[in-house]
Design a protein. Structure first.
Length: 318
């Protein structure tokens, strides 16, 4: 692994509809290694700035990968000058933004394998991109689509009040969610908030009504788009993640019917840690421990065999 991280290249990647997304590219020299180095696209969690994943991108680049990080429209460097009334939804993030980044990766790194690392909703967006069949391997961390009944039981009421009462109320007042003022993630477009708070156990039902409403045929096609993903998926979760419970992880994995999936679950106590939760995995303090799990998977399709995790069988649909 290289000792000194490089300065990534700052680029603007066009989404499918032309919206410019701020992104950064960690590129390997063509003379380095043997054969085309894989390119890893990192899909952030909802309303998390892509810079949070920079240390992880440095890590992967040091191990021989090309890496792309980017901000969804309305977030971080892809934020418009005026957030009030700016429209963007999860559907936009997946079918337009992530799709645009996939196209960029396939052109900039033509002939290179494309892998995806996805945090939280980032694993959900993979299924919405028309070019998702190009992906060869997927690693997800705590990925789900925030159906409230899947929240950890002992925190469900408090989470419901915070994310499904306070957040939409403030969004209605401001025309967007002012998360940065509260220290609750980045400021967030109102359409994303609307998708998040929808009380549906099936994500396609989010788009039955409202500004992003789809016809019954279009909703069926959206679900079918997940079946284009044939890349094997390694889903990692932690026992103290109030969002990424086992039901939540499996609710999403079941949409990827043609993706062979493996779910590994970690208990922080087994590693001598007080907590990991939903966000801490991408902290650089885990470079010599937990980060070996995605590294082994992305590099060799292998499971790290010396860490105390449990493999969880995929639950049948309820």
């Amino acid at each position: 692994m290289q000792a000194t991280p490089i300065t990534p290249e700052k680029v603007a990647i066009p989404a499918v509809d032309g919206f410019r997304l701020q992104a950064h590219v960690w590129a390997r020299s063509p003379s380095e290694g043997h054969g085309p180095a894989p390119v890893v696209v990192i899909n952030p969690a909802t309303s998390v700035h892509s810079r949070y994943y920079s240390r992880f991108a440095d890590f992967l680049h040091g191990w021989g990968f090309n890496v792309i990080t980017y901000d969804y429209r309305g977030i971080g460097g892809s934020r418009p000058h005026r957030m009030r009334g700016f429209e963007a939804s999860w559907l936009d993030w997946g079918s337009k933004d992530f799709e645009g980044v996939l196209r960029f990766a396939s052109q900039r790194f033509a002939g290179h394998p494309i892998h995806v690392v996805a945090h939280s909703v980032g694993g959900f967006l993979v299924g919405m991109a028309p070019s998702n069949h190009l992906i060869e391997r997927v690693f997800t961390m705590g990925s789900q689509f925030a159906y409230w009944r899947d929240y950890a039981e002992h925190k469900r009421l408090a989470m419901y009040l915070r994310w499904h009462v306070v957040m939409p109320t403030l969004t209605a007042l401001f025309g967007y969610f002012p998360g940065k003022r509260l220290g609750w993630l980045e400021d967030t477009p109102r359409g994303v908030v609307r998708d998040w708070v929808a009380p549906h156990p099936r994500f396609e039902d989010i788009y039955r009504s409202g500004p992003q409403a789809l016809s019954a045929e279009a909703r069926t096609q959206l679900v079918e788009s997940f079946s284009r993903v044939t890349a094997p998926t390694l889903a990692l979760s932690t026992s103290d993640d109030e969002f990424g419970t086992v039901p939540a992880i499996h609710r999403l994995l079941r949409y990827y019917e043609r993706s062979p999936s493996t779910h590994l679950r970690i208990e922080p106590e087994a590693l001598g840690l007080e907590s990991i939760g939903h966000f801490a995995f991408f902290n650089a303090r885990f470079a010599d421990s937990l980060w070996r799990i995605p590294l082994d998977w992305l590099r060799d399709g292998a499971l790290t065999d010396d860490l105390p995790y449990r493999q969880i069988r995929l639950e049948p649909r309820r």
